[in-house]
Write a protein that binds this ligand. Structure first.
Ligand code: KG4
Ligand code: ZN
Length: 354
């Protein structure tokens, strides 16, 4: 199959990222470079991502990050087969910075430009490192999203369930903020939870037992706040126990919802093997990965989770989605995409196969 080299740019939240990926559709591919600059220091004083600060930080750094991605890959812009960038969903200022930069590079070099849906980047990221065939069940867990999706092919997504309030990464971030663990919250909660007792605090596993595949995390967030208030002054061990209990409740909820989705996946794809992919920033959580391993073993399903650095936002997954799309449509049509608009909101279900 035709091998391609794609430059990918990601700026939809607080990571300024660019990468060069070489391979052919279906994967796995070679990651020639994957440069990620996380704007932790810029946002830490505010305990969360400030959109205006993020957009300015992307403007200041993106050119250098793209230059570094090309030089680490050892290639010039003229040697790539296409330029891909996140066109949404995300914080609109940041999306505009990455999208306009990528369009400018593509136009200047006479290369096809491929606008990428950030969620599709996460959805296909597993194929970058493992040749996982379609269809698979995807649990997408990030700072902005929590969804169960049947992935039937590139651009062919059927949403089985979504969060009715907060995303799961948001719940990690808010719990961290409440307990004074700093920003970003997910890795901080995970680190502290390692020393904690998950049975110390009894927290609800949201929507456990419901017949649908939806999620809810705002009640859990409130339960953590109440437990913290009731405990009074929190010792480091209290904080660890609370984080471990929170993480256990999140796991129980995610596992229960995903087990429901197994049945829907099997009903939809009767002859396909049961394959679960967990992707997005929260999939970097090792405790969670272990629990999903147990679930899949019990259910005779195959589990695929991208390596942690490809779970959190990065340019390689955007380059990869660009490669999968470009190899579907042929490079001729790519130039027309220069008019693709930036989008704050862009559900996966609005995508089409090319
Ligand atoms: O995919 P991502 O980098 O950005 C979005 O598209 O949202 O996900 C970021 C989210 C944040 O909420 C962060 O706290 C969470 O993923 N996260 C984690 C871990 N690493 C990142 N949550 C739990 N455990 C982790 N180790
Ligand atoms: Zn993301």
């Amino acid at each position: 199959m035709n091998r391609m080299t794609i430059l990918g740019i990601e700026t939809s939240c607080d990571e300024t990222a660019a990468a060069v990926v070489r391979g052919s559709a279906g994967g796995p591919a070679d990651i020639l470079s994957n440069i990620v600059f996380s704007q932790f220091d810029e946002h830490a004083p505010y305990g969360g991502v400030v959109p205006e600060i993020a957009a300015r930080a992307h403007i200041e750094r993106l050119d250098a990050i793209v230059g570094e991605a090309l030089s680490v890959a050892g290639i010039a812009l003229k040697d790539v087969d296409g330029v891909a960038a996140t066109a949404g969903p995300g914080l609109i200022g940041g999306v505009i910075v990455g999208l306009m930069t990528a369009k400018g590079l593509a136009a200047a070099a006479g290369k096809p430009f491929v606008p990428i849906n950030h969620l599709e980047g996460h959805a296909l990221s597993v194929r970058l490192t493992e040749a996982v065939a379609f269809p698979y069940l995807l649990l997408l867990v990030s700072g902005g999203h929590c969804q169960l999706i049947n992935v039937a092919g590139v651009g062919r997504y059927e949403v089985l369930g979504s969060t009715i309030d907060d995303a799961v990464g948001e719940a990690f971030d808010k719990t961290a903020k409440l307990l004074g663990l700093g920003f970003p919250g997910g890795p901080a909660v995970e680190a502290v939870a390692e020393r904690g007792d998950p049975r110390r605090f009894l927290l609800p596993a949201p929507l456990k037992g419901r017949s649908n595949c939806d999620f809810s995390f705002s009640g859990l967030k409130t339960a953590v706040r109440r437990a913290a208030e009731q405990a009074g002054t929190l010792s480091p061990q209290d904080v660890s126990d609370l984080c471990a209990s929170f993480q256990a409740a999140v796991s129980a909820s995610l596992l229960d919802r995903t087990a429901r989705a197994f049945d829907k996946f099997t009903a939809r794809f009767a002859d396909a093997p049961m394959q679960l992919v967990v992707a997005g920033g929260v999939a970097a959580n090792q405790a969670l990965r272990a629990r999903f391993g147990e679930l899949c073993e019990a259910r005779g399903a195959a589990l695929f989770v991208p390596p942690p650095r490809l779970c959190t936002d990065n340019g390689a997954m955007i380059a990869w989605a660009g490669l999968e799309r470009l190899s579907q449509e042929g490079s001729e049509g790519g130039g027309e995409r220069l008019d693709a608009p930036p989008r704050a909101r862009w559900p996966l279900t609005e995508l089409k196969a090319t």
